[in-house]
Write a new protein. Structure first.
Length: 302
């Protein structure tokens, strides 16, 4: 807890969110240590990466209590890389059993009428009635939604064949359901990112439907960002991780939604640096456009 306070840590995140790091930051993660090993006298932890594999964390000494396997832990990590194309460097600063930190970190009950404070406040937009929902559409079964989505995709990108549009719709809906993300949010983001062109490439090198940077795609385990199924799976999983991170940090669905969209565009490092939506014209315009599209897609629910 002393290390956490000294590092200015106010909330816990997950391993998936580390993949958006550019620069250097110190974070606290809640994860499972799958195993430990030593190389050339130095130790390392293998931690659950949140997507079925493991991530290696370097450390000077392996804590005795994590030796073994499948140990729940809170880890303070120094995460760094210069560019998205670089590999992440992750060093262990401190560790403690999950149950001990959770007990110490449990906040007191929030009094009626009070609001949860948050360091994320810069550039937050009024909610305008937008409500985030982790559903595809509350009024229609999935089998009825896919053709509607496919038709919309072809209007956005007339070059899509009917077969490709249908396949993209089913994959997008499927992964949205799997990760508990509103598919309409993904539709709004993909529309803004690539206009549903699976082969789109930005001037910065971002690729595919979700415009994943090569380093981000690699970190997400996406081998071919132009494969729309791989691209969408990585994108939706990343959005899920960001939503969870910012909901824990702010306690507010609308703020978490805005920060997620901003972080997808500018990186979570920039969001942390500026304590909210970064003062970048591109990012601010991106957030407004995505949320405006999302509001249009969800307006029939109200």
């Amino acid at each position: 807890m002393h290390l956490r306070k000294a590092s200015g840590i106010a909330d816990v995140t997950d391993v998936v969110s580390l993949e958006t790091t550019v620069g250097t930051r110190v974070v606290e993660v809640s994860t499972t240590v799958r195993g430990t090993f030593k190389v050339a006298g130095k130790g390392a932890l293998m931690i659950d990466d949140g997507k079925g594999g493991t991530t290696v964390v370097d450390c000077t000494n392996v804590p005795d209590w994590v030796i073994g396997s499948d140990t729940r832990a809170r880890l303070l990590l120094k995460v760094s890389r210069n560019e998205y194309t670089d590999e992440l460097t992750i060093d262990l600063l401190g560790a403690a059993p999950e149950e001990k930190v959770a007990a110490l970190a449990t906040p007191p009950p929030v009094k009626s009428g009070s609001k949860k404070s948050s360091r994320f406040s810069r550039g937050i937009l009024p909610s305008r009635g937008i409500t985030y929902r982790a559903t595809v559409n509350p009024n229609l079964p999935e089998s009825s939604v896919a053709p509607i989505y496919a038709d919309r995709f072809r209007k956005i990108n007339p070059r899509l064949s009917a077969g490709d549009a249908d396949a993209i719709a089913r994959v997008l809906i499927g992964y949205s359901l799997q990760y508990g993300v509103d598919a309409r949010l993904i539709v709004a983001m993909v529309t803004t990112e690539s206009h549903f062109n699976p082969y789109a490439t930005s001037r910065h090198g971002a690729q595919g439907l979700g415009q994943l940077m090569p380093g981000t795609a690699q970190g997400l385990g996406v081998g071919n960002a132009y494969d729309f199924e791989q691209n969408l799976e990585g994108m939706v999983r990343m959005v899920r991780g960001l939503l969870d991170t910012y909901k824990r940090a702010t306690g507010n669905d609308n703020t978490a939604l805005q920060l997620t969209v901003a972080a997808y565009n500018a990186g979570s490092g920039a969001v942390a640096k500026y304590g909210g939506i970064p003062p970048y014209t591109e990012t601010q315009n991106y957030v407004v456009k995505v949320l405006s599209l999302y509001e249009q897609l969800t307006s029939g629910d109200r």
